[in-house]
Design a protein around this ligand. Structure first.
Ligand SMILES: [Zn+2]
Length: 422
């Protein structure tokens, strides 16, 4: 009844004003052209008949890498918008029709404010721009290290090169990468118990650094390459051996082993040998690559990947004071954090909206806290939310592999709702 009364009031105002009133925020000037005219009445009729077109976007949290773009679509609104980045040096924004293109320029975070010029209502898109850490089957360019996707069950990605090298397939025999004693993060000239910082000078005085040092201050891959890189665990090395075939080969005159997966991904590891005291042993004959895992029964030993011509094994024989190679990995738990495109939804009874799962393991379940308000179904990485009756409900999204959850707060309304201003 109130809607009809408002409609009638605007209709009378439009007729009596003869389209000459030009105040800002004029009551009844729905299309914000400074005048109350028949077109405002038509807009109101449209609102009453079809429901108000609240400004809504298909994504409110966006992650994009440098020089790549992400497209956000304006799902509903009145067709006249602006989109502004809070910092164009981090992310640029362009708008064409109802398509917003966000392009990463530098690592950082920005807010993109989208305004419906007709209603002045606005929404914000939180944008995170990150360095390019997309997994590849092989190095796509010379900007190493790359994450190589070997299609491993855990989702672990392996680096294309060793710590302290930046050319996986051009590693000269004089540049195999750094040799590290287990748990140390600096190279040195002499590798023996008396120079090993995690003991008191002898093999039976080794300090307990924990059962696994991946991701800790003792993890040279983590310390030198940053957050998402770690030394491989014993299990991750086993997984590599169990899910790839290896070939003893040479690349650019460097002898080593190539692990190849059925998905077409492959990594090459040079037979870099190891350092004991001041000598470099077995160069060109063996590779000795640390795991992050400590042998439980003997603090002087950690597990490592040892390979030579015709063999590759995980061994429990790596004396921690030896200098050995480190090939970093990125664990799936870091790659596949559950992330959804929107944490809130505001929809009208009878409408259906989609929320995208932008990262995760690929295996998900959804559940609505109140199916009588909103239903939720999932297909691949698209969650479809259906509005049943006015009210609120929470949709819980679960990554069934990692057990991570994310929630979507859904507000279902059957009446006119005006968005608040940003
Ligand atoms: Zn690479």
């Amino acid at each position: 009844m109130k809607k009809l009364f408002t409609l009638f009031t605007i209709f009378l105002t439009a007729l009596s004003s003869n389209a000459q009133i030009t105040q800002n925020n004029l009551f009844g000037d729905l299309n914000k052209d400074g005048k109350v005219t028949v077109s405002d009445v038509m807009m109101l009729v449209n609102i009453v008949m079809n429901g108000q077109k609240n400004l809504s976007l298909n994504a409110e949290n966006v992650s994009v890498t440098i020089d790549k773009s992400y497209t956000v679509t304006i799902i509903s609104g009145y067709g006249k918008y602006t989109a502004v980045s809070s910092d164009e040096s981090i992310a640029e924004v362009s708008l064409e029709g109802s398509t917003i293109t966000i392009t990463g320029k530098a690592a950082g975070t920005v807010v993109v404010t989208v305004t419906d010029q007709i209603t002045d209502s606005c929404m914000e898109i939180n944008v995170t721009v990150t360095e390019d850490i997309i997994p590849y089957l092989a190095c796509p360019d010379d900007h190493h290290p790359h994450m190589i996707d070997l299609g491993l069950p855990s989702g672990t990605k392996w680096a294309c090169c060793n710590v302290d090298t930046d050319h996986p397939e051009n590693q000269s025999p004089t540049n195999y990468g750094g040799y590290y004693a287990w748990g140390e993060t600096e190279t040195k000239s002499t590798y023996k118990w008396s120079t090993y910082i995690h003991c008191n000078g002898t093999d039976d005085t080794c300090h307990d650094l924990g059962s696994d040092i991946a991701g800790t201050q003792y993890d040279v891959a983590h310390v030198k390459w940053g957050d998402s890189w770690q030394m491989p665990t014993r299990d991750q090395i086993s997984e590599l051996l169990n899910n790839t075939t290896f070939t003893w080969t040479s690349k650019n005159d460097v002898i080593g082993i190539q692990f190849t997966s059925v998905n077409g991904g492959s990594i090459f590891m040079p037979a870099a040998g190891y350092r004991n005291d001041s000598a470099l042993g077995n160069k060109g004959l063996n590779g000795n690559y640390w795991s992050s895992s400590q042998l439980p029964s003997n603090l002087s030993i950690a597990y490592d990947l040892d390979f030579g011509s015709g063999s590759a094994y995980i061994y429990d024989d790596g004396f921690r004071n030896f200098g050995q190679s480190v090939r970093p990995v990125v664990s799936s738990s870091i790659v596949a954090n559950l992330h959804i495109s929107s944490a809130t939804l505001s929809i009208f009874v009878g409408d259906v909206e989609s929320v995208e799962i932008t990262s995760g393991s690929g295996s998900y379940a959804v559940e609505s806290s109140d199916e009588s308000v909103a239903t939720a179904t999932i297909q691949n990485n698209i969650i479809t939310v259906g509005a049943v009756t006015a009210g609120t409900a929470t949709i819980t999204v679960t990554d069934t592999q990692s057990s991570q959850t994310a929630t979507i707060s859904v507000t279902v309304s059957g009446n006119l709702v005006i968005n608040g201003n940003c």
